[in-house]
Design a protein around this ligand. Structure first.
Ligand code: PMP
Length: 314
């Protein structure tokens, strides 16, 4: 009913108790379930912005208010700013590492110093959807062993290529896991998805090959774009972030004209997901042809003030 076989396999490899692992229909489902279990009307949830676009939605579904703390000029989490945003109403802080869509990573010592200052009654939801592609050695599961208020979310959607089957997992202290498990629908992960995730989990060499192909493609994209003068950020994910400000839409259109789809965020930048080499080269050609006629005179424009929501679904 609760995916015992997959839970046991995950727990064994990560060397945690099966009671500390919960699986669900994608990590987004588990993130929402955790927010529903622990937050609600009258409470606040802090996250960085720009980050994963589902955060404002799931915080709204839980009935809590969003507190969005702008990224730094380096497109990274402003952990100091997030600590400052804590109020007596704060119940949870979401930390996306590596961050979607900027790919930036938090150093282990910075995260530990941050966690030491977060009151233990506030949950820290560490979203590691892109963990397998990281460039540093930060391991949320190791962190969660030391900080019982940390909940780590990972997924079979990215490095395992099973996004359409919808399987994610979380690792945390047994008591938090039990509360989130109470919000799971029986048989929430279907038998086909569980079998696929178990098979993928049992084949780490295969996953390593995928991760290596993606990180090679990422390096290829990063170095070619840097050579063109695009201010890309070093990425620990399966995409590259180009903070091109007001050029985002035009660059997206140029990529589409070259037969590839990228994701533009208005006036902020373009996220380029690593694909096949042919697609990467099409992106590079598209950027090259755009830069032939236009100079990138502006970097990422982001909102500089903390925004506090109303706690409604948006
Ligand atoms: N977290 C982040 C940061 C993501 O980018 C995504 C997918 N875009 C998810 C969670 C959700 O992934 P899934 O529900 O497929 O596990």
């Amino acid at each position: 009913m609760r995916g015992d076989e997959l839970v046991a396999g995950i727990a064994r490899r990560l060397d945690v108790d099966a009671g500390q692992v919960v699986i669900g229909g994608g990590s987004i489902s588990l993130l929402q379930q955790t927010l529903v279990a622990y937050t609600g009307p009258g409470t606040e949830v802090i996250y960085a912005w720009r980050s994963y676009e589902a955060y404002p939605i799931i915080v709204g579904v839980a009935g809590a208010a969003s507190v969005a703390v702008p990224l730094t000029d380096e497109c990274a989490h402003d952990l100091e700013g997030m600590l400052t945003a804590i109020t007596p109403r704060t119940r949870a802080i979401i930390v996306c590492n590596p961050n979607n869509p900027t790919g930036t990573e938090i150093a282990q010592d910075e995260l530990v110093a941050f966690l030491d200052r977060v009151p233990s009654g506030i949950l820290v939801l560490l979203d590691e959807a892109y963990w397998e592609f990281r460039t540093d050695n930060l391991d949320g599961v190791e962190i969660a062993r030391r900080y019982p208020n940390v909940v780590v979310f990972r997924t079979f959607s990215k490095a395992y290529g099973l996004a359409g089957l919808r399987v994610g997992y979380l690792v945390t202290s047994s008591s938090i896991a039990e509360n989130v498990r109470a919000t799971c629908l029986p048989f929430g992960v279907n038998a086909i998805a569980e079998a696929a995730a178990s098979a993928a989990w049992a084949d780490p060499e295969h996953t390593a090959r995928i991760v290596s192909a993606v990180t090679n493609g990422r390096e290829h994209l990063e170095s070619a774009l840097v050579e063109l003068g695009v201010p890309v950020k070093a990425s620990g994910a399966n995409f590259v972030w180009a903070p091109v400000g007001r050029h985002a839409r035009a660059l997206e259109a140029e990529c589409v004209a070259h037969g590839v789809s990228v994701r533009a965020f208005d006036d902020e930048g373009v996220r380029i997901t690593v694909g096949e080499r042919e697609a990467e080269n099409a992106v590079i050609t598209a950027f090259g042809s755009y830069l032939h006629t236009t100079t990138l005179d502006e970097q990422q424009a982001h909102h500089k003030t903390v925004s506090r929501g109303e706690g409604t679904v948006t």
